[in-house]
Ligand binder design. Structure first.
Ligand SMILES: Cc1ncc(COP(=O)(O)O)c(C=O)c1O
Length: 415
């Protein structure tokens, strides 16, 4: 069973003050997860989580993570601007298909540049000069499997470079004066297994030995990137970060320490694991409709949470106004977009739902608000922080029609 992090009484107070839909974040949960991650990797002296800003690009959330000793991972110039303005010192820049001005800005704000392509080495040098520290992103090709389970298909992925390119790249960088090197790989997304990081770490640690043996270069850090998932389905078991940390430690002790490489720092770039379960999309039921199915129409839509429409992702839904033992019905929960994929749930069993009920859609704290868009001129929602002291704080207001019209020429909203 999946329970929301807030009870009905507390949520009713918030919905009385702020109109739905909105994203609600749980400060306590965010801090607990960040602490659990830092504890799990405390055996590694240089460990650092660089939170993937794309998951939740909201300053109040990033500030909480900063207070919990996290850095940030940015993918674009504007994400870098936000990180820099927030005073982050530990910034990773893991971009792809990057513009020269983005590299220049990354250098200006002191971000570690993680190059996606071998070809980017020459481009970076030309556009921004080579910094002292450079990381390269690896793509081993083939499929990434855990036992017989295929987790993902790196060969089809646009990201990263081959082993040959990596070896050549590190040597060229060294010959051109780069002093400090890192290795990055992201081979599977939303993994619900405690084995993903340890298996990935083994591949990367073995590669580090090969790099050292073939080039004499000792890497400074390994970036295991994102990919640790959350249990979107109530039947799935949540990952155990302490076990994951121990799993990576065992491989580190087996491969790196005996090879004299026990100084290598471990970095992570987690987004989903850090935030997803600490966010809810709060929405109210506007309409019911019955044709060949029964539809529950809510005031949120795919513009507030794209994952179900884009990937067919499951997000659990709780009706805050009906008890567990209420009679059930099978429904589709839908938004108001003129697109038939605008469905938060299809043929889902939920308590019989009335117009005006409050529904919460779970696990929307990462890649939720941030993937939003404005189709049908739907406006972006507010974001609210449910603070540790039980009060709610508006951390992003909802968009207004004026915001929507603000970038248009030849159209004056005021006239
Ligand atoms: C380069 C990079 N790092 C980290 C992440 C975060 O991944 P996750 O949210 O699955 O942890 C992403 C997600 O797209 C990514 O592209």
């Amino acid at each position: 069973m999946k329970l929301p992090f807030i009870n009905k009484e507390a949520l009713d107070k918030i919905t009385a003050q702020y109109p739905t839909p909105f994203h609600l974040y749980d400060e306590k949960g965010i801090r607990e997860t960040a602490r659990a991650l830092n504890d799990a990797f405390s055996w590694n002296k240089g460990f650092k989580e660089y939170f993937a800003v794309k998951a939740t690009p909201t300053p109040a959330i990033l500030k909480i993570l900063q207070e919990e000793n996290c850095g940030v991972d940015c993918a674009t110039e504007v994400e870098l601007m936000m990180a820099h303005k927030l005073g982050f010192k530990d910034i990773m820049f893991s971009s792809n298909n990057t513009e020269g001005k983005e590299y220049r800005y990354a250098r200006q704000v002191g971000a570690i540049i993680n190059l996606d392509a071998y070809e980017d080495i020459a481009f970076l040098k030309e556009e921004a000069g080579l910094p002292e520290v450079v990381s390269l992103r690896y793509n081993p090709g083939g499929v990434f499997a855990l036992g017989t389970d295929i987790m993902d298909n790196p060969e089809e992925s646009k990201f990263g470079m081959t082993k040959e390119q990596l070896l050549k790249g590190f040597q060229e960088l060294r010959d051109q004066g780069v002093k400090t090197f890192g290795l990055h790989a992201f081979l599977a997304s939303n993994t619900i297994t405690n084995d993903y990081y340890p298996v990935l770490a083994r591949q990367l640690f073995e590669l580090i030995l090969e790099i050292r043996d073939q080039t004499g270069i000792k890497l400074d850090f390994i970036n295991l990137s994102g990919g640790i998932g959350v249990n979107y389905h109530p039947e799935e078991t949540a990952n155990d970060i302490a076990l994951i940390g121990e799993g990576v430690r065992a491989v580190y002790d087996e491969i790196l320490v005996p090879a004299g490489l026990g100084q290598i720092k471990i970095f992570t770039e987690l987004g989903r694991f850090m935030l997803a379960s600490h966010g809810l999309l709060v929405t109210k039921v506007l309409h019911r409709k019955t044709t060949y199915r029964t539809y529950i129409g809510v005031d949120a839509s795919a513009v507030n949470l794209l994952r179900p429409a884009m990937y067919g992702s499951y997000h659990h839904i709780t009706n805050m106004d009906k008890g567990e033992n209420a009679p059930k019905e099978i429904v589709d929960v839908v938004g108001g977009l003129c697109e038939n994929n605008d469905k938060f749930a299809k043929e889902r069993q939920l308590p019989v739902t009335d117009i005006g009920d409050t529904l919460v859609i779970h696990d929307t704290g990462a890649h939720g608000f941030s993937m939003g868009y404005q189709y049908n001129a739907k406006l972006r929602s507010a974001e609210i922080l449910y603070q540790e002291d039980g009060t709610a704080r508006l951390i992003r207001r909802a968009e207004t029609p004026e915001d929507y019209f603000a970038t248009l020429y030849g159209f004056d909203f005021e006239k």
